[in-house]
Design a protein around this ligand. Structure first.
Ligand SMILES: NC(=O)C1=CN([C@@H]2O[C@H](COP(=O)(O)OP(=O)(O)OC[C@H]3O[C@@H](n4cnc5c(N)ncnc54)[C@H](O)[C@@H]3O)[C@@H](O)[C@H]2O)C=CC1
Ligand SMILES: O=C(O)[C@@H]1CCC=N1
Length: 271
């Protein structure tokens, strides 16, 4: 019996979770082990976070009761079929792969009794501001679910949803940071285009986004209500909003989330 936390795949999202979990203090570095075949990546993780690493995922199954699967969906099947003799009912398996349904894991492992939780987190977990939604299979106990919620709450906010929602969650909050970063970059460039020094445009853009989100959170009001407060009759904001709406801004955002959701379904072989 061990209370180690193992992570198979130490890429962008594996690292985000490890960094967040260490920062939150949920697990100390001595209780975390990461497997990744990339030697440079292992060296980076060891040096940066002082966690144990291995080039062989079997070491993670051997040493950890809770195992996070953080490899790309395209390599998950091969990994599980190769590792299946190391997996047992003592493991709580937490997967963060986009698209792959819970049934995929039991199919690969030739087993029905494993406890598997599918989670869709996002990279702001790096700064303990992640958004995660999770769903467990029929073998998962309330304690397992609490443990997973504890892990993902330690790096932000976690909610339990029905599995059928996880592809839409992937399109919205899993991929969401990339939309926000694209919007942020465009705002900064817009400030520069209008004559602001880049550092001024950056500082104002970041604070505007942060402040707007906090205002929505604290007021509890609908975004449309807050937007109306910014939009003076005959003023500057309506001139800008007119351009956004004429270009189909809201429709483009909806299309983007829908396309990412469709891609998640495709990765799971559902479309
Ligand atoms: N990047 C993101 O924002 C998010 C990613 N995810 C999911 O997280 C998973 C990982 O994504 P990223 O970290 O972005 O990809 P990544 O490509 O940065 O990391 C994947 C890591 O897995 C390693 N790997 C490959 N084969 C392996 C094996 N057999 N055993 C152990 N490690 C192996 C690679 O060397 C690499 O370091 C994916 O399934 C993705 O859908 C979920 C939410 C957000
Ligand atoms: O782009 C991807 O496939 C992953 C899943 C959600 C965010 N990044």
């Amino acid at each position: 019996m061990t209370n180690k936390l193992g992570c198979i795949g130490g890429g962008q999202m594996g690292e985000a979770l490890i960094k967040g979990i260490l920062q939150s203090g949920l697990y100390p570095k001595e209780q975390i082990v990461v497997a990744d075949p990339d030697a440079d990546r292992r060296q980076f993780l060891e040096q940066t976070y002082s966690v144990a690493t291995s080039g062989n995922s079997a070491d993670v199954w051997l040493t950890s009761d809770t195992v996070i699967l953080a490899v790309k969906p395209q390599v998950m099947g091969r990994l599980l079929r190769r590792d299946k003799d190391h997996v047992s009912e003592r493991h709580l398996i937490i997967t963060i792969a986009a698209g792959l349904p819970l049934s995929f894991y039991n199919d690969c492992l030739n087993a029905r009794a494993y406890r598997i939780i599918r989670v869709m987190p996002n990279t702001p977990a790096l700064v303990l501001e992640g958004a995660s939604a999770l769903s467990g299979n029929e073998n998962v106990t309330a304690t397992d679910l609490q443990q997973a919620i504890g892990i993902f709450n330690s790096v932000g906010k976690a909610i339990v949803v029905a599995e059928e929602y996880l592809d839409a969650v992937t399109g919205l909050s899993g991929s969401g940071p990339a939309y926000v970063f694209t919007f942020t970059e465009a705002m900064i460039d817009a400030g520069v285009k209008c004559g602001l020094p880049r550092n001024v445009a950056e500082a104002l853009t970041l604070q505007t986004i942060l402040g707007s989100v906090n205002l929505l959170r604290q007021s509890g009001e609908h975004p449309a209500v807050q937007r109306a407060r910014v939009t003076s009759p005959g003023g500057t904001t309506i001139a800008g909003l007119h351009v956004l709406e004429r270009a189909g801004f809201s429709g483009i955002i909806i299309d983007a989330v829908e396309a990412a959701t469709r891609r998640s379904l495709e990765l799971g072989g559902k479309r």
